[in-house]
Design a protein around this ligand. Sequence first.
Ligand SMILES: [Zn+2]
Length: 209
Amino acid sequence: MNWRSLFRPAARLLPSRWLITRGPSDRSAIALTFDDGPLDSTPGCLDVLDELGLRATFFVVGKEVQAHPDLCLEMVGRGHEVAGHGFTHSYFPALEYRALADELARTAELLPPQPFRPLVRPPAGAISPTSLWNTMRSGYTTVLWSLDCFDWRTQDASEIATELEQARAGDILLLHEGSAPTLEALRVAKAAWQRRGLDCVTLSDLCGL
Ligand SMILES: [Zn+2]
């Protein structure tokens, strides 16, 4: 066991101002989070979410926001939440403080204003003690997840749906934009969540930010 495998569980004990990995379980709600957009396929994703009555949080890449300037406003306009995922999708632990602060600031300039302390999800969820500290120092709360739905490694909608259906109250679900099987899986999972009385809300709503 190396320090990295010890650090990740230890980091979960940090105050939520530093790091959020899941929400409170005393309310029947979960948070869907989509990484890596906005993309040309984003409007279709927003249509499916509208149709299913689901709210989500989008962790967007700054350079993709530049390439698709109107889509973040559309996300917010449709009741979703938007936060940063780095400007160039770089590995945060490899960045010096100034480079990391620059990634965060360049992305924030392109996003709709956030009413609370800004959130960021590091690409691939990669954190180190130094990158976590530098992110906090820059005024951001790092957000990871409690349930990986593995849509980055499979194109099988039923496999993704099986993961989605495991969600329990308070879970933060990791999903990715641009995956058609993910949207198909959400239709199946939505019915299962509805039977269990689970609502999908934004991450800020789930965590009471
Ligand atoms: Zn990513």
